[in-house]
Structures are given as structure tokens and as C-alpha cells.
Design a protein around this ligand. Structure first.
Ligand code: NAP
Length: 541
């Protein structure tokens, strides 16, 4: 296998699509194995999610000391996170630091989108075409395309004709946006909006929030990271990283709860919730074993949060509108905020219910809801993404025997372990559907998958074989296992992006694996120990 990657080169051992945290580590890993690698990235820089999502208030909802790479001990020790939860600028700076430190940019082609990837069984190669006119081939194709990377415009009449400034949170202008003196409308109240709303409200003359579904949000209790805490964490980094793998969500800070919400008295439960609320972050969801499996247990936590909303928001009608009542808490991604509910006490903020009456249309200078016309200068779309499958479906991917990925996934994604797809030899997904990715500390799951992909490629090399692909039966069994596990929980009760419910016409299938990181990792290890059970390694050449 070659190790150089001159610009004129047209065949590579591996092509990686995307230079976010997944693509960057994949590149580093494969290069370390002596493979020639080219990465294509549609942005003009690295960082993926943290490159695109530059809206005001954007920050990670997992603490930086955990939400970071563990693959290089020196990197881990030398980088000093400044804040408890990484801000978008800090995370992007970290991504750039990693790119510099490991000299990654020389193998990344920026501002280039992969448009086609066709498998040639005779040549045992993927032929890849880009919008920049590149036509290259590779033995391995790695989709490091992210789970939340295809921003969605809402299907509302007139949205394309809005004449003022229009922004999507997932594709925010790089120079930033100023809102003083502006009348701003924002559609959406998911995680992105919950972070952006307090910041925009501080600047804008007037902010109108169009809310379809009220979401549960918990105070992040964000703040600077105390250097002594940081150093104490670093001193135990290995131990903490290992502990994370033993937890349901891959987050060491939140271990497995041990008791049911009904094992304790009402007063004890209240105290446990109050302590979790005071701690902030996702802690509340980790208080009891049955919050995501038992409706009654879940309701105790949900009502606790509704009470906090009613306490915080002064106008009772607005408070009630902000209280989520149509899904169990945690079944849509729990939002983390800094002064979200408090923002509705400001005179310049107006909440409009667009569930009872949907947005009728968008006019060049207004959002129209029934008979009400809300005039605005700027429209912010915090309307989410075609999650988990959108990015892969945007590329015309054809595997063996003319199998089209878009068609294979027409009724919902089908993968083996979220890593590979039957009939798509040597094509790998990093944190694909039916893996814990989005239900875990993402970087930990990325590292796990990158290491597994590297191990598969190494096995091919060591045994003189050329292709690996999952067996159809193993894939069917995994899809079925994924569904069984999901339906043992409350998750499918919410119309969430986990279910594909945010995209009109998308099949309603629960996509992430929710059996937990610990269980998933154990399953993967069993598969590996059983000589990669369910994966067919062969010498197709
Ligand atoms: P989202 O959770 O999908 O929220 C989209 C919002 O837009 C929802 O409130 C949705 O309402 C609303 N919406 C969509 N179409 C609409 C329409 N036609 N009319 C009215 N409302 C409409 O998207 P997001 O907030 O960008 O977050 C996506 C995910 O990204 C999060 O769940 C999280 O995993 C990740 N994220 C993480 C962070 C963080 O780490 N702090 C920050 C931001 C995002 P419905 O709910 O009724 O569909």
C-alpha cells in the first residue's frame, strides 16, 4: 500500500468523507497504518458540527473534559479547556489544533463535496466523484459524514421568498450576525434554539419565538473550568475514560443509576431531583433506572421540570405553553440552557404557539400564523437536520450488483452494528444508524468505531484478503435487535428526529441503538472474539 498522496494521485487506499472529529481521527489512524488517504470536506476548514453551527450561544452539552479525543495521551494532557462546556469557538479551535498537531490538512481537500460513490466489484474499488470534478478510486470508503449535518428548511410556503436576512442555525455565517435594532423571528425550540434564543434576545429589539413542540430544558450551570479541577481530572484521565465505557451513555460523570423512582419516598425523590437540578446538565436523567422505560416514573421527573418552568416564567399562560406535555422527558434530546426560561420574562420576547395553529406561510417580511401577521426583519430557522441518514443519502452510493443505498434505506436504515451495510463492501460508517453514536458521548463512540474499522482493514491486510461486508442475516438480526431494544423504552413515543419524525415523508423508524454504550461495546467485542461474526472477509480480487 502506498503512503504518499500527491495532488495528482487518483487511487487511494482509503477515501474518507468529512473532516469533523470522525474524519480527522480516521485519517490519522489510517495514515499511521501506512495507508494513503484522501479526505473530502465540504467546508473550508475542519471541525464538522463545530465548523457549521456558529449560532450565538452554540456550545456542547457534554463537559469538555469528557467531550474530547482520548486517542493521544499527550494531546489530552496539553490541551487546556477553558470552560466547563466547550463553546463553539473553543471546540473549533481544538479541532484546528488537532489538525495542526497531526499535520492532517495535507490530506484533506476542502470545499469539495462527494457526489457519487460507485463500487466496482471487478476492480475491488470505490469510484468517487466530487463536485470539484475529481474522479478518484479507493479500496476503502469511510463515511465520516456526521449525524446532524444536513440542515433542513421547514416545509412552509414562502420560506424561500423571505426578503429579509435568513439564517439556519446549522449553517450560520462565519463572520457572525448582529441583531441590534432588528425584529427577529425564530422557528424551532430544539437544542439549537434553546441556546440561541437567550443570546439573540439580549441584542434584538424584538424576538418572536414560533414554538411547535415545547421541549424539556435543564440549566447547564455553565461556567469557567476551575484549573485545579481540570488538573485533577487530567491526573485520572485514563481511569475516567475507561469508566465512561462502562456507562449507558459513555459519560463517566453519569454512571448507571441503581434504583427505581419508586424505590424512594416522594420527599426523597423530590430531594434527588432538586440536587440534580442544582448540579445542572443531564444529571436529572441519570437519577433513576426507570426514567426512560416506565411512563409513571418518567412523569415524576417531567412534572418536576414543569414545576421549575412555572416557577421561573412569570406569565402563567406563557409558562404553561412552555411546559412540554406531549412526550416523556428525555425521549427527545434533553436541551441544556443558560437562562432559557428566564428569557421569556423579557419585554422584547414573544412566544407564539404554532402547534394549535401551524404557520400558514412566510411572506417577504412576515411570518403568518392564522390571522396573525408577525412582521420581522430577520428569520432564524432552528429547524434541525435530516438526521442520521441525510448526509449519506445526499451522495449517490451504489454498492455491489447495483444496490443503491438510498433504495436499500427507503424504509429506514439497515446496518450491521451501525458500522457497515450488506452489499456495500469496504464501505464503513462512523457512528452510523443503529449504533449508540448520538445517544452517547460522541467522540468516545467515534474513537470506538474508527478503531474497529482500522482493525477490519488490518485483518484484511494481515490475511491477504480484499473485501469485508456484513452478512445479510447478521444485518437483519441487528436491525431487529435495535428495534426490540428501542421498543423496550419510551423513546418511540416521541415524534423526534431519532424516529425520523421531523422530516415529512421520512420513514418512522427508531434509528439510534439505545441498549447503551456498555452493552454495545460488549456486543462488538463478542463479535470480534468470535472471528468477526457476521462480517464476511473474502478475497474478491
Ligand atoms: P431539532 O431538535 O430537530 O429542533 C428543530 C425545531 O424546529 C423543533 O422545535 C421543531 O418542532 C421545529 N420545527 C421544524 N419544522 C417546523 C415547522 N415547519 N414549523 C414549526 N416548527 C418547526 O433541531 P436542533 O435544535 O438543531 O437540534 C438537533 C440536535 O442537534 C439536538 O437534538 C442535539 O442532539 C444536537 N444539538 C446539540 C447541541 C449541544 O450539544 N448543545 C446544540 C444544538 C444541537 P417539532 O419538535 O415540533 O418538530
Amino acid at each position: 500500500m502506498s503512503s504518499s498522496s500527491a495532488v495528482s494521485q487518483t487511487h487511494f487506499d482509503a477515501i474518507v468523507v468529512g473532516a469533523g472529529f470522525a474524519g480527522m481521527y480516521m485519517l490519522h489512524k489510517l495514515r499511521g497504518m501506512g495507508l494513503s488517504v484522501r479526505v473530502y470536506e465540504r467546508g473550508d476548514g475542519v471541525g464538522g458540527t463545530w465548523y457549521w453551527n456558529r449560532y450565538p450561544g452554540a456550545r456542547c452539552d457534554l463537559e469538555s473534559m469528557e467531550y474530547s479525543y482520548s486517542f493521544d495521551k499527550d494531546l489530552q494532557q496539553e490541551w487546556d479547556w477553558q470552560e466547563k462546556y466547550g463553546t463553539q469557538p473553543e471546540l473549533l479551535k481544538y479541532a484546528n489544533h488537532v489538525a495542526d498537531r497531526f499535520d492532517l490538512r495535507r490530506d484533506i481537500v476542502f470545499e469539495t463535496r462527494v457526489t457519487h460513490a460507485h463500487y466496482d466489484a471487478r476492480a475491488v474499488r470505490w469510484a468517487v466523484t466530487t463536485d470539484g470534478g475529481d474522479q478518484v478510486t479507493a479500496t476503502h470508503l469511510v463515511m465520516a459524514t456526521g449525524n446532524l449535518s444536513t440542515p433542513q428548511l421547514p416545509k412552509i410556503d414562502g420560506v424561500a421568498d423571505f426578503a429579509g436576512r435568513r439564517f439556519h442555525t446549522g449553517d450560520w455565517p462565519h463572520g457572525g450576525v448582529d441583531f441590534p435594532g432588528r425584529r427577529v423571528g425564530i422557528i424551532g425550540t430544539g437544542s439549537s434554539a434553546v441556546q440561541a434564543i437567550p443570546k439573540i434576545a439580549e441584542q434584538a429589539d424584538q424576538l418572536t419565538v414560533f414554538q411547535r413542540t415545547a421541549n424539556f430544558s435543564i440549566p447547564a450551570r455553565h461556567g469557567p473550568l476551575d484549573p485545579s479541577q481540570r488538573e485533577a481530572h487530567k491526573a485520572r484521565y485514563d481511569e475516567i475514560r475507561s469508566a465512561a465505557y462502562e456507562t449507558p451513555f459513555g459519560i463517566a460523570k453519569y454512571g448507571s443509576p441503581t434504583q427505581s423512582a419508586f424505590d424512594v419516598s416522594d420527599a426523597e425523590r423530590q430531594k434527588i431531583y432538586e440536587d440534580a437540578w442544582a448540579l445542572g446538565g443531564q444529571a436529572l436523567l441519570f437519577t433513576f433506572t426507570d426514567l426512560l422505560t416506565d411512563g409513571a416514573a418518567n412523569e415524576t421527573a417531567a412534572e418536576f421540570v414543569r414545576e421549575r418552568i412555572r416557577e421561573t416564567v412569570k406569565n402563567p399562560a406563557v409558562a404553561e405553553l412552555l411546559c412540554p406535555k406531549d412526550h416523556p422527558i428525555g425521549t427527545k434530546r434533553l436541551c441544556l440552557d443558560s437562562f432559557y426560561y428566564e428569557t421569556y420574562n423579557r419585554n422584547n420576547v414573544n412566544l407564539v404557539d404554532v402547534k394549535t395553529t401551524a404557520i400558514s406561510r412566510i411572506e417577504p417580511h412576515a411570518v403568518v400564523v392564522g390571522d396573525n401577521v408577525y412582521e420581522i426583519d430577520d428569520l432564524v430557522l432552528a429547524t434541525g437536520f435530516d438526521a442520521m441518514t441525510g448526509a449519506a443519502r445526499d451522495i449517490d452510493i451504489i454498492g455491489a450488483d447495483g444496490a443503491r443505498l438510498a433504495e436499500r434505506w427507503a424504509a429506514g436504515p439497515q446496518t450491521y452494528l451501525g458500522l457497515m451495510v450488506a452489499d456495500f463492501p469496504n464501505m464503513y460508517l462512523i457512528t452510523g444508524p443503529q449504533s449508540p453514536g448520538v445517544k452517547s458521548q460522541m467522540i468516545l463512540s467515534i474513537e470506538h468505531h474508527v478503531d474497529m474499522i482500522a482493525a477490519m482493514i488490518e485483518k484484511l491486510r494481515a490475511e491477504g484478503l480484499t473485501t469485508v461486508a456484513p452478512e445479510a442475516q447478521a444485518q437483519d438480526a441487528w436491525v431487529s435487535e435495535n428495534n426490540t431494544v428501542a421498543h423496550m423504552t419510551l423513546y418511540p413515543e416521541a415524534a423526534s428526529w431519532y424516529m425520523g419524525a421531523n422530516i415529512p415523508g421520512k420513514p418512522r423508524v427508531f434509528m439510534p441503538y439505545v441498549g447503551g454504550v456498555k452493552q454495545y461495546r460488549a456486543t462488538c467485542q463478542e463479535v470480534i472474539d468470535d472471528n468477526w461474526r457476521g462480517f464476511a472477509f473474502s478475497d474478491a480480487g
